[in-house]
Design a protein around this ligand. Structure first.
Ligand SMILES: Cc1ncc(COP(=O)(O)O)c(C=O)c1O
Length: 397
């Protein structure tokens, strides 16, 4: 069958948006009730969401924020990252994982990924540890937990902190331990495409009381405890500045989504798993496409992103043409991610160059994320499969 890229009939008439959120009538009602309550900023619904998320994760403390990036930034702030310190992380991630290191005038040190899991390789971490290393930021890429036994062992041995960027991994479990309870701090994202979404939003978890208190204070201008209540019915509360903090707090309007998104998270994971298996099954015998590595029994994958690897040597088109081909069939896709050492800022500032992290580069140049959302129907998944098969077969080398 001729692809739309060659003038053929597209698989879909209406475009399938990548990462479409599932919003139920409960969220809509909750948002309206929040608007009617007159309390739109940080307040009782943020507190309730924070507590329910904390319980879901099983962490001792949770701080609701306006993004995952804010959580990562606060974690490094509280852990005391300073100029000339080094923090080790993966190059195969979203820019903010490394940007927050730079915001502290510290140096991001990349450790390459494992080619099977696409997560940071503990062997490479150990090679990058120096006398300036302060800590490690892990990323549970696409929802698959990192190798925490080995990473925590290294952290203990070299006295390093661990911060987890769990933007993709709210549901993930590592050997019986929920992501969010393993590292010193864990930051979650509720950005619009995420498995729990509030439009924009994030959460920081930790089991350390003093760190939690500091992070909370710094998240709202660094002014004293419970400052969000300063205009409540209990009367104006005087406050003072304890740190030069940030404006990172979550609002009730946003938490209204989160409360119901959280209620549906397990149900949605079942749908994500079903669609994941449909993709696995459809692409398993195609030499042009490599499907994600199987998940070992002792891990729960959060199934945030289904990323295939294009075997470009077996195709007559490149990845951009593949993406354009899918777009013309009516399918939205994403790339998660282009390795950070190839981004202009990181090259010009730190002197990284192509070839420095070959595994991240290899994956970053060939990966392609297909739509995976509980807002999709099985027909949508079939359309994605049909489109991928159509393009792959037509452009087979
Ligand atoms: C791995 C990773 N880290 C961090 C972030 C940033 O999340 P937020 O937009 O909530 O700050 C993202 C967002 O896509 C991400 O994918």
């Amino acid at each position: 069958m001729k692809p739309a890229l060659e003038g053929g009939k597209p698989v879909r008439k209406n475009f399938l948006v990548f990462g479409k959120p599932k919003i139920t009538v409960q969220e809509i009602k909750e948002v309206i009730s929040t608007i009617k309550s007159g309390w739109l900023g940080t307040g009782p619904k943020t507190k309730q969401f924070e507590e329910e998320f904390r319980k879901y994760i099983g962490a001792r403390y949770a701080i609701a924020l306006n993004s995952c990036t804010a959580g990562l930034h606060l974690a490094l702030d509280v852990l005391g990252v300073h100029e000339n310190d080094e923090v080790i992380t993966t190059p195969l991630t979203f820019p903010s994982t490394a940007n927050v290191i730079v915001h502290h005038r510290a140096k991001p040190v990349f450790a390459d990924i494992d080619l099977e899991t696409w997560n940071i390789d503990p062997l490479q971490i150990e090679r990058k540890i120096s006398s300036n290393t302060k800590g490690i930021i892990t990323v549970d890429l696409h929802g698959r937990p990192c190798e925490y036994d080995r990473i925590k062992k290294l952290a203990n041995e070299y006295h390093l902190f661990t911060v987890d960027d769990a933007a993709h991994a709210a549901e993930a479990v590592y050997k019986g331990n929920k992501i969010g309870t393993i590292t010193d701090f864990t930051a979650f994202s509720f950005y619009v495409t995420k498995n729990i979404m509030t439009g924009e939003g994030g959460m920081l978890t930790t089991n350390h009381q003093q760190w939690a208190e500091e992070a909370r204070t710094r998240s709202l201008h660094g002014i004293s405890k419970d400052a969000w209540k300063r205009y409540s019915s209990s009367g104006f509360q005087p406050y003072e500045t304890l740190y030069p903090g940030y404006k990172y707090n979550m609002m009730d309007l946003v938490a209204s989504f989160g409360l119901h998104q959280l209620k549906n998270v397990s149900k949605n994971l079942i749908v994500r798993n079903t669609y994941w298996q449909m993709y696995d099954e459809a692409f398993k015998d195609l030499p042009e496409i490599i499907t994600p590595a199987p998940t070992p029994k002792d891990l729960t994958h959060a199934r945030h992103l289904y990323a295939i690897l294009l075997n470009l040597e077996k195709l007559k088109i490149n990845r951009s043409q593949f993406i354009e081909g899918l777009r013309l069939e009516g399918i939205g896709t994403g790339i998660h991610f282009t390795a950070l050492h190839l981004h202009r800022y990181y090259q010009t500032t730190f002197g990284f160059k192509p070839g420095d992290y070959p595994n991240s580069e290899f994956i970053g140049e060939r990966t392609l994320s297909l739509p995976l959302s509980p807002a999709m129907t099985k027909q949508d998944v079939d359309d994605v499969i049909k489109s991928v098969l159509k393009i792959t077969r037509y452009y087979r080398a």
